[in-house]
Design a protein around this ligand. Structure first.
Ligand code: HEC
Ligand code: HEC
Ligand code: HEC
Ligand code: HEC
Length: 171
């Protein structure tokens, strides 16, 4: 199992290095979606991470968040060590939002929870900095992104059309 993970990691990381421009571009769709060899929902190519625990619930993550963490977590926490995200020191995710703290647009929720795809749309068509759902001009206007869910803190509300979403093909 370790060896398989390592091989997969090498196969994924090497093309990522040679085509550094769009980080997920190198995954070529099938790096995330296993067309006939899927391991989970959304025909995902990577098994969901069941080792990394949500500090709020002390349970493993579910849904898309567990899939992202199959790559973006350290090996000891069940990931592949690709830009690992540590939930112990992160903005909360894998939680149903407290409406007093955040006003999350429906387009950003999955099963009533804020997960990775609440803030990121990971598809290669997303031109925004770090695959964020709002254009921050390369991270310079991060406040604009935060205002998507925390408008009272930033003083402005983001328009629906400013939220990047590749999940509806009827456009
Ligand atoms: C980094 C991983 C990743 C890559 C690369 C990726 N996807 Fe996805 N894909 C996802 C995730 C995660 C979702 C669910 C997103 C959400 O819920 O917002 C998804 C959802 C989808 C869906 C919608 C499924 C549904 O049930 O509505 C389609 C279709 C899709 N991807 C096609 C593609 C195509 C085509 C490519 C290549 C151009 C691609 N994906 C590349 C991770 C990826
Ligand atoms: C199959 C493994 C894999 C999965 C699954 C995956 N990613 Fe990635 N991701 C990568 C690689 C490879 C990179 C580029 C790493 C590098 O450049 O060192 C990357 C980079 C990123 C970056 C940084 C982009 C930048 O411009 O610096 C973000 C943000 C990101 N991923 C978010 C996500 C989210 C959110 C999900 C789940 C929806 C996800 N990824 C799922 C492999 C993956
Ligand atoms: C509340 C919003 C939010 C959530 C939820 C979120 N992210 Fe992010 N993420 C960001 C922002 C903002 C940045 C860019 C930070 C910066 O560049 O200062 C980022 C950056 C990243 C990067 C790039 C890190 C680097 O070193 O450049 C990766 C990879 C990533 N996120 C993956 C994930 C994954 C995987 C999840 C779910 C487990 C997730 N994110 C959940 C907002 C979020
Ligand atoms: C897609 C929605 C969304 C975006 C975008 C977002 N947040 Fe949040 N934020 C939330 C949710 C949901 C919570 C958790 C509310 C709860 O505790 O139930 C939260 C909580 C927080 C907290 C409290 C953390 C804690 O431990 O209690 C801070 C601080 C915060 N966000 C800052 C930010 C900043 C700064 C940005 C922009 C870089 C940002 N958020 C972007 C949805 C979002």
């Amino acid at each position: 199992m370790r060896l398989v993970c390592l091989l997969v990691a090498i196969l994924i990381v090497i093309p990522a290095v040679s085509f550094a421009a769009g980080a997920h571009e190198s995954l070529n769709c099938t790096g995330c979606h296993g067309i006939h060899t899927a391991k989970g929902d959304l025909i995902f190519a990577i098994a969901p991470n069941q080792k990394s625990l949500n500090p709020r619930t002390k349970k493993p993550y579910t849904g898309v968040t567990a899939l992202c963490l199959g790559c973006h977590e350290s090996a000891e926490k069940g990931g592949m060590g690709i830009m690992p995200i540590s939930a112990a020191m992160s903005h909360p995710y894998g939680i149903a939002p407290n409406p007093k703290v955040a006003s999350v647009p429906a387009v950003a929720l999955r099963d009533g929870k804020l997960g990775c795809v609440g803030c990121h749309d990971p598809h290669p068509s997303n031109p925004n900095y770090k695959y964020l759902r709002v254009d921050t001009k390369g991270g310079v206007q991060m406040q604009k992104f935060c205002s998507m869910c925390h408008p009272s803190k930033s003083g402005k509300k983001i328009l629906r059309k400013e939220i990047f979403n590749s999940m509806d093909e009827r456009k």
